[in-house]
Design a protein around this ligand. Sequence first.
Ligand SMILES: C[S@@+](CC[C@H](N)C(=O)[O-])C[C@H]1O[C@@H](n2cnc3c(N)ncnc32)[C@H](O)[C@@H]1O
Length: 285
Amino acid sequence: MSPMNQPRKNAEEQAALWNGSAGQSWVAAQELLDGMLEPFERLLVDVAVAKPRQAVLDVGCGTGATTVALAKRLGSAAVVGVDLSQPMLEHARLRAQREGSTATFIRADAEVYPFEPASFDLVVSRFGVMFFDDTVRAFSNLRRAARAEAELFAIAWRSPSENPFMTAAERAAAPLLPALPARDPDGPGQFRFANASGVARTLEQSGWSEVELSPLDVECSFPERDLERYLTRLGPLGRALQDADEATKERVLSVVRSAFDAYVHGDQVRFNAACWGIAARARGA
Ligand SMILES: C[S@@+](CC[C@H](N)C(=O)[O-])C[C@H]1O[C@@H](n2cnc3c(N)ncnc32)[C@H](O)[C@@H]1O
């Protein structure tokens, strides 16, 4: 079987995850996540409004917070969100309707979807580009969707060691849940873009130039009353706990919760999000 015909196992797994437990969890925690990630929404809007835009693509737009914010600020520009998760897009569409937004949405795998060629002058993403099966194939597809000289600006996490908040739950739970799967740094997942030179190489191989990765250190916060929900719904621990019995859940939660004491300041949970701002330009034909 040629590589092109091989089943895209990662893609199938990601589609199952985002249409299943991860997608449901993001919808359930949407308000918490929108508040926590709002500084990045502002950042993407600032990038977008810096120049006149006609058509913007938001990749892995999820429940649509950034897509709707971009449409609101860009006025007449066409803003399109693409995502493979049915439950998250359903939420995005409801949000757009509720806010009278002109944003539109496509349910598709952005790695292979046949976008109208050369139709976008800006491609953005807030944490939506680390889950592809084949990253070069995906960014080549996004390059085809972009006009020559179009800009790309994506936000992705730096390494787990620079983001201890993001891994504190699984570290604390590990002795109690030995079957908790370890993260694969090279496979689709939150930290896939930690390695700056690897990301730059991927983009250059995919038809993007002037690639620049800038570290972004951003303080994020959410209400302390949501911490338990955060721990039991999101990330690898949240996923593992969904299948656990109540006694295990309680035991794990009491241990894990104390690992977060350092992040609790009054009624807020605060942490530093160590990310990359990934900028690039679509190479001319
Ligand atoms: C971490 S969430 C971020 C969601 C949103 N950008 C936000 O910041 O709220 C990642 C999103 O990428 C989407 N995603 C993962 N793989 C994708 C793919 N191949 N094509 C389109 N969307 C994808 C998921 O469904 C999910 O909505």
